[in-house]
Ligand binder design. Structure first.
Ligand SMILES: *Cc1c(COP(=O)(O)O)cnc(C)c1O
Length: 402
């Protein structure tokens, strides 16, 4: 096989990826070449309904026309400057994002892991400068079954064996407590605690919503102990749960939020830490940065995302269609439990029914993109999906699970 020839058949594309790409994923056997809204098309000529939405990186669907238009306009003007200069998109992006979210300041980055990493650095610096924690001793309390990304520090605080095995040594300074258990959290927070870092809904863990009132108690505990509350809303934020921020459901504010995934509108990696100005204000020039963070193309795309979210339409779609999705899934005998919030569901398959990869493969055969995780299916369609399309997907799931 010639190595520089363009592959033509789906099989050739798969062979190229297998031969020349690292094997850190095991993709389903489909080669996608086009996407629009809630649908993608494969090189096999078939259309597939997307129930994954890039793990909420595609909340607005594939190639949302307003986001694509904003990107195209910006591509014709200015794409990259570095932060040594101002550009005419970044400041507006920061202002509009803080107005949308009721926050005060934006620290731009690119990926979700980078945003959470940046929040960890800010929290540590804040602990030394403001809380008076002795330098080098700050701790951050996190929850079991968390997912915060794949960098060495983010896997240092993970409890997933596969994510950690043979990747050490790890970054010290983290303590893990069970998710949703406020007493365990209280026991772990002390004079050296810079921050409590939590996902308002744990996506990778199976779309887990903690007990009602948990976050109000977390907030109170943080206030009582002069500890920052950092919310990782990389996946649950930006309308996925039916609110702009998932914590909005609880009537609770975090001090810092990490955003990512859909902040890039399904086009680019765009992430940010947003929150209190006095906390993000601990960073001084030269202490932290990112070559691509806040670049004009990313900022223009982020502004288009903020404009869409400001209409409230996507939050409302998530709430209404999510209620329908949860009701439909709840009716299936093959489903033991449905967790989640809004248009986002973690489906626990009942014992004795098909499980694992064969389920995703059978759904692919029926034109539905879903990703399984052992006895779970995680469902997060683009928020532009219709009620009829949801029914179509749930019907396919019902068929495959029997
Ligand atoms: C996806 C995700 C991340 C990591 O984002 P990347 O862009 O893959 O680095 C961090 N936190 C949560 C909650 C996520 O879902």
């Amino acid at each position: 096989m010639s190595t520089n020839a363009d592959a033509t058949s789906p099989q050739e594309h798969v062979a190229h990826a297998e031969r020349w790409g690292a094997h850190n994923y095991h993709p389903l056997p489909v080669v996608l070449s086009h996407g629009e809204g809630a649908w993608v098309t494969g090189l096999d000529g078939r259309r597939y309904l997307d129930f994954v939405a890039g793990y909420s990186a595609l909340n607005f669907g594939h190639r949302h026309p307003e986001i694509v238009a904003a990107a195209k306009a910006q591509l014709d003007r200015l794409t990259l400057t570095g932060r040594s200069f101002h550009n005419d998109q970044f400041g507006l992006f920061c202002r509009e994002l803080t107005e949308l979210t009721g926050t005060e300041m934006v620290l731009p980055a690119n990926t979700g892991a980078e945003a959470v990493e940046s929040a960890v650095k800010v929290a540590r610096k804040w602990a030394y400068q403001v809380k008076g924690v002795p330098d080098g001793t700050a701790e951050i309390v996190v929850a079991g079954a968390n997912f915060h990304g794949r960098t060495t520090t983010m896997v240092s605080l993970s409890t997933d064996a596969a994510a950690r095995k043979e990747f050490g040594p790890f970054t010290p300074g983290f303590r893990v407590v069970p998710y949703g258990d406020v007493d365990a959290l209280r026991a772990a927070v002390g004079e050296h605690t810079a921050a409590v870092l939590l996902e308002p809904v744990q996506g990778e863990a199976g779309v887990v919503v903690p007990p009602k009132g948990y976050f109000a108690e977390v907030r109170q505990l943080c206030d009582d102990t002069a500890t920052l509350f950092v919310a990782d809303e990389v996946q649950c934020g930006l309308a996925r749960t039916g609110a702009t921020l998932a914590l909005d459901h609880e009537g609770v504010r975090a001090d810092l939020y990490a955003l990512g995934k859909s902040l890039g509108g399904g086009l680019l990696p765009v992430s940010a830490v947003i929150g209190r100005a006095d906390v993000l204000g601990v960073l001084k020039p030269g202490e932290h940065g990112s070559t691509f963070g806040g670049n004009p193309l990313a900022a223009a795309v982020g502004r288009a995302v903020v404009r869409l979210l400001a209409t409230g339409e996507f939050q409302e779609r998530s709430r209404e269609l999510g209620a329908h999705l949860h009701a439909r899934l709840g009716e299936l005998d093959s489903v033991a439990e449905v967790n989640g919030r809004g248009l986002w569901a973690g489906v626990e398959i009942a014992e004795g029914r098909p499980m694992g990869r064969p389920v995703s493969e059978a759904l692919l055969e029926r034109g539905l993109l879903v990703k399984e995780n052992r006895s779970h299916l995680r469902i997060a369609p683009p928020l532009v999906i219709t009620r009829e399309e949801i029914d179509r997907g749930v019907d396919a799931i019902a068929e495959v699970l029997g």
